[in-house]
Ligand binder design. Structure first.
Ligand code: GYE
Length: 333
């Protein structure tokens, strides 16, 4: 298992090299006197199916992928599936038909991919999973999975809460806003958090519902939670956006976020970090969306038939309110 920060030196070096090559090839294109063949010949076409545009994380991820493709001289075909598996399957089938060199996608849910992945394999097109994984038993259906350890993120969130509540003598009522049903980060963050808080029987999840990773979803479900439960001590939201939506519901209910209700989220996008620095959130487990440069590097490697690690894990950290204040000025997303 290889761990590398997306902005670490080797990746930066790769990005610089890629842009040098790109500029070089563009210069060659512009010079018709060279007599050489089309420089487009060697250009890799990558078909990418994105989940949607549901969150700040997703927007940053899409930007990272588009910028990295341009920098690496890769022709990107991009499709936004609007959080629907059927749209992703359609996009992947289109890419197969168009005979792209490499297919990459971030699966909206974990199951139900075997048929389309088999079609890509039969067509000889390598597939890279990025951000989220699939539950296919046949690991030969894709080359690698690049992304975070979502179970760990949930566990880090739960461990922080255990530490905060270690002296609690009575019940601590927790509500949970889950990501979209069936998504790897929803399943895994729930699992990691649940396992960590099991260490203290006072900590109880009294309600847990999907808010689909959106602000609107977070707000709406939090309103229901507040109506149904007079005593809520903690909110664990599977991403910043749902936590930000929930803030509105909490304030409207006359409670003070970050004080009356402890709020823990995942991602650490700018708006989430601002809420943390402002004392409205209490803790964030980071999840980096800056996967573009690594993805382009992998696309080149699998296209060249090179072996790549089966799993590449993104390195991430956690933030308290104080740490958020320090990190905010340099936050890239
Ligand atoms: O946490 C959430 C987004 O798959 C890691 O999807 C991603 C998650 C991210 O909508 O904000």
């Amino acid at each position: 298992m290889r761990k590398m920060r997306p902005n670490s030196a080797p990746w930066r070096a790769a990005a610089v090299l890629a842009s040098v090559l790109l500029v070089g090839s563009m210069a060659a294109c512009g010079n018709s006197d060279t007599g050489g063949g089309s420089t487009d010949d060697g250009k890799i076409t990558l078909g990418f199916s994105q989940v949607g545009a549901e969150s700040g994380w997703r927007t940053a991820n899409t930007t990272s992928i588009k910028e990295a493709a341009a920098a690496a001289g890769i022709e990107l075909k991009f499709d936004d599936a609007q959080q629907k598996q059927e749209n992703q399957i359609k996009a992947i089938r289109n890419y197969i038909q168009q005979k792209v060199d490499v297919i990459a996608f971030s699966p909206v849910v974990e199951s139900g991919w075997d048929t389309v992945l088999k079609e890509a394999k039969d067509a000889g097109i390598p597939v890279i999973l990025t951000d989220r994984s699939v539950d296919s038993a046949d690991k030969s259906l894709y080359k690698t999975f690049l992304g975070s350890d979502f179970v760990k993120e949930g566990r880090l969130a739960g461990e922080w809460l255990i530490e905060q509540k270690k002296t609690a003598s009575g019940p601590v009522n927790i509500v949970e806003l889950q990501g979209n049903t069936g998504a790897a980060p929803a399943n895994d963050r729930k699992k990691g958090f649940g396992e960590a808080i099991a260490a203290n029987p006072n900590l109880k999840i009294i309600a847990s519902q999907p808010g689909d990773f959106t602000r609107a979803g977070g707000k709406q479900v939090m309103e229901q939670f507040l109506k149904a439960n007079p005593k809520i001590d903690v909110l664990f939201a599977h991403n910043d956006d749902m936590g930000l939506g929930a803030l509105e519901a909490i304030t409207a209910a006359g409670k003070v976020p970050g004080k009356d209700i402890t709020i823990i989220t995942v991602d650490a996008v700018k708006d989430g970090m601002q809420a943390l620095a402002d004392g409205k959130f209490n803790f964030i487990a980071e999840c980096s969306p800056l996967l573009g440069p690594q993805l382009m590097d992998l696309a080149k490697k699998v296209h060249a038939g090179e072996e790549v690690p089966a799993r590449i894990e993104t390195e991430e950290t956690t933030f308290t309110q104080e740490q958020a204040k320090e990190a905010l000025p340099n936050r890239k997303y």
